[in-house]
Design a protein around this ligand. Structure first.
Ligand code: CUA
Length: 340
């Protein structure tokens, strides 16, 4: 099993990828074993018990032991596979709380990465090795469906306009790892490529400080020729911005006028406060309870009448759909997250 394109499974470059591979290879061999058992016995029965002169078939109604065996054995096997799959799936989707978060925005036909300090990079994601990474994925407003796939890490998630989703991985091999878009999204779908540069912590710190670092060599599926549809250039250089994401978000709440009705101090104005909102359970007018996560905040900004907080009946907030870019919305959410 090597990393050749068109070969079998690519290199396993994350913790989950390794446990995923073990499960996959187990399933592969179980399938082979059952193929041999089923087709082998079919063949053997067809020959052994075929119609021939002087040979009368025995009429068999049932065989208890055999029936118990062929029920119990596969049941144990499939329940075992379910439990195993569940464990691997949980490892795949449950990011530890201290995971390093990067925001991903799919657009026709580029991937934009947005970091804590406010910088963005196009089609290049820099992450330190052996660090849990959580990618918060969405697509540009009024764009189409994309899907973010890193074969070497065995992670894939749709990038849906108007919705946030996550992938989580802990990369453990330094190198350049290929990202594909795996949802047909138009003319340049096949050129919607990006790279994940997994670098040493020292290199990452240098890059973080604004230095240009050497791009790591491709590993596994990692060297698909780059051809950006938008003409974005891979440089390895990213400008360190003046404001971090939280500051950009805070400023947006002022420039877009949010602060006229909401504040971060806990005081009740026309609308609810941001203070302590993140991650809390919000009760709506219809009695349902929702967790204030990215999707909740996004909906509350863009379509506020959809989820009215209990106690704010009759308060009308104008919809802000289309007034924030995906990047701006990420900044506002980062700010709200910071208001404890
Ligand atoms: Cu984006 Cu295909």
């Amino acid at each position: 099993m090597n990393g050749e394109l068109g070969g079998s499974i690519p290199i396993a470059a994350s913790e989950v990828a390794q446990s995923w591979d073990t499960l996959y290879i187990f399933l592969f061999w179980v399938s082979i074993a059952f193929c041999v058992i089923v087709f082998g016995s079919m063949l053997w029965f067809a020959i052994q018990y075929r119609q021939r002169p002087g040979h009368k078939a025995t009429y068999i109604t049932h065989h208890t032991l055999l029936e118990v065996v062929w029920t119990v054995v596969p049941t144990i096997l499939v329940v075992g596979i379910f439990v195993w799959g569940w464990v691997v799936y949980k490892d795949m989707v449950e990011a530890p709380a201290d995971a390093y978060e990067v925001r991903v925005i799919g657009k026709r036909w580029d991937w934009t990465f947005q970091y804590e300090d406010g910088r963005t990079s196009v089609n290049e994601l820099y992450v330190p090795v052996n660090t849990p990474i959580k990618l918060l994925i969405t697509a540009q407003r009024a764009d189409v469906l994309h899907s973010f796939f890193i074969p070497n890490f065995r992670v894939k998630k749709d990038a849906v306009p108007g919705r946030f989703s996550y992938v989580y991985f802990k990369p453990n091999i330094i190198g350049s790892h290929q990202v594909f878009c795996t949802e047909y999204c138009g003319t340049s779908h096949s050129a919607m490529l990006a790279k994940v540069y997994v670098v040493s912590q020292e290199d990452f710190d240098r890059w973080w400080a604004g230095e240009k670092i050497e791009i790591p060599p491709p590993v596994g599926i990692g060297d698909i020729q780059y051809a950006s549809a938008s003409g974005a250039v891979l440089s390895g250089e990213v400008q360190k911005p003046k404001m971090d994401l939280v500051q950009v978000g805070e400023q947006l709440t002022k420039t877009k006028g949010c602060v006229a009705c909401h504040n971060a101090t806990g005081e009740k104005l026309i609308g609810p406060t941001y203070k302590g909102l993140w991650g809390s359970e919000v009760e709506l007018t219809d009695g349902t309870k929702v967790i204030a996560d990215e999707n909740y905040i996004k909906t509350s900004i863009e379509m506020p009448q959809k989820q009215i907080v209990k106690g704010y009946e009759g308060v009308v907030m104008p919809p802000y759909a289309g007034q924030f870019t995906a990047e701006e919305l990420n900044a506002v959410i980062a700010y709200m997250k910071s208001v404890k």
